[in-house]
Write a protein of this length. Sequence first.
Length: 436
Amino acid sequence: MIPRYSRPEMVAIWSPETKFRIWFEIEAHATTALAELGYVPREAAAKVWELGAKAEFDVERIDAIEREVKHDVIAFLTHLAEIVGPEARFVHQGMTSSDVLDTCLNVQLTRAADLLLQDLDNLLAALKRRAFEHKMTPTIGRSHGIHAEPTTFGLKLAQAYAEFERAKLRLIAAQREVATCAISGAVGTFANIDPRVEEYVAEQMGLSVEPVSTQVIPRDRHAMFFATLGVIASSIERLATEIRHLQRSEVLEAEEYFSEGQKGSSAMPHKRNPVLTENLTGLSRMVRAYVVPALENVALWHERDISHSSVERMIGPDATVTLDFALARLTGVIDRLLVYPENMQRNLDRLGGLVHSQRVLLALTQEGVSREDAYRLVQRNAMPVWRGEGEFLDLLKKDPEVSSKLSNEELEACFDLAYHFKHVDTIFRRVFGAAQ
């Protein structure tokens, strides 16, 4: 994670200070539970909370201890003992390092998901606003990059809205799945700690109990979480790629906002480049790149190894921070996107009416022409238009085989643009609900 693609609130979740504060809360809650169950003195648990809660954990001091002991949790506990005093001997009773590390990671991922869900809400609001703004703005739909049939720009944005709404539901499920707590001790048998301690800590930290944790929380949960982030990143890239294509000079149906004083090229003063959506494409690739290591973390040795640890120290912050930034940037792009209906109409008209070929095909079949013959007749008149040799409607009217089946008025009716938009309201109700 680098400052250029980071936002402070998400970065703060992964700071050493936040991590050590969560570690303390896990340890203090566990000590409180042990005290309630009669395993440690209540006074000791109270002292841990009293002194630890108001302490500023010294990151440099903890790092210095770790350089000596080569163990991060022991380094933290040693520093906590320096703060709390003799009562610190009751901290971490019956626990193992993974109890602290895994529970903390899941707290951080849960908090990160809260921010990402807010990001998605902001993006959905922007997409909805712009979709309704351009609900009936005609534009050309493309398949294989080639003009196909008319659609509306609002439908393009409605599709994106539906996709990110699915992303939100997936992230809610992934957050729920990763929000578990393990305080089960070495190899996860609770041999030296009461399971009720785990239940108490889970409740206090806003997590659920991990049913069986060996010595670590199973990493299939985390794999699903990061896979969900990867899918969201792919959706970001899909929309970013659409905007990049629409901004091409020969298309120019929409483009990123270009601010006063902005420069597009160091060499060519005329340039207005889609830099934000190109950046989003790159950031999306990075988020997806973290999915495979998360999947590979699932296969740990026996009850525990730490091959996953170094991976998660990187992908936890990097994936969530990068996706947070990308979602916020995409929201800004959509909010300020410049849309050019006139260019959309010009592009619609560019192929001389060819975009209505299917309507003519269907109309001929309704008049008794076989589909094969109808296709041949329509294509016969369409190909000259591709070569710039006339308008599609004019050629159809002059074709005796076509005109013998369809009158001029019937042919002209096939070129009614509004025909393609008669179900836009239905689609919008499906996407946005009846109360739009």
